[in-house]
Design a protein around this ligand. Sequence first.
Ligand code: CA
Length: 357
Amino acid sequence: MIPTDGFQIPQKFIVAAILSACFVMTLSIPAFAAGKKIILDTDPGSDDAMALMLALNSPELDVRAVTVVPGNVTAKQGLENALRMISLANRCDIPVAAGAQHPLFQKLITAEFWHGKNGLANIELPPSKCKVDSRWGPDLIIELVHAAPHEITLVPVGPLTNIALAVEKDPSIIPLVKEVIIMGGSITGGNSTAAAEANIYNDPEAAQIVFHAGWPLTMVGLDVGDKTLLSPKYLEQLGQMHGPVNDFIYQVAHYLIDLSAKFGSSGTPMYDPLAVGVAIDATLVKAPPMHVDVETRGEFTRGETVANRHNMVERNVLHGDRYMVEGVDKVEPNAKVCVEVDADRFLQLFVSRIRGK
Ligand SMILES: [Ca+2]
């Protein structure tokens, strides 16, 4: 007969070994592994830099890819900037892919005027240790969405060209995307023109495709970004600590705050970072559902996000030589539109994530 003790000791040992292994595995899983999977589509871009660093340093998020779109700078410059920033953050594990080279139907408009000659507030980061991913941005989006159905949140913070190209190439991703949180649009006037916000103005046709794709979409527009001003008070908090990311973001923010001051503002609007903030914590904003169309033809309003606040339109019926209102028809909301933001809570979150990194 085999002595029971002979079994008991190895059993105890095995159980202990398994528990130890689990413990070690738990410790070795990076904190971001359990986070919300996002793809950041970006035109970096100085506020894009802040958005990227916020995403990379927030345990709630798991950045699965960075795809680059032309906008604030050319596609080539944007790719270089993205690679250098990912390298600065020591995250060569995250694929960085080039995407569209120009908007769908119009000439590219770049904004070095606002973002500095290189798009990154004229700060020269060291050359990247990371290599560009060989896949095309929209293809990478398609591939990652299929690899993790219902898990990927798209966070586009530039013109919507790449997202529209992905949808056009493979519409089957639409029901598989968890949600889309865009920085773009406005329901209270624009910054590129009286009516249009820059990301939408720079590719209105792409924006119309993305707004009407039929997926859960949140619009983090100019209106709420303008209420979220990073002021010298917050800059000072970043200046108290040091680290490669901290010091880079400090310089970017310093540049943007100085630029804003020239235009009479007490701080720099955190447009792109706020979209990442909403991905981290949706309770930062109030975002009622609305039906949003993108104006693609208006003489003065091309690129405007036209939001139906009441989700109703009059039903006009032709009677002889005129139309008569015979009632109202309901229109279905296609976006949650941010109208209020807890700016201070967001800015504190931002500073807390960047400090000392
Ligand atoms: Ca941007």
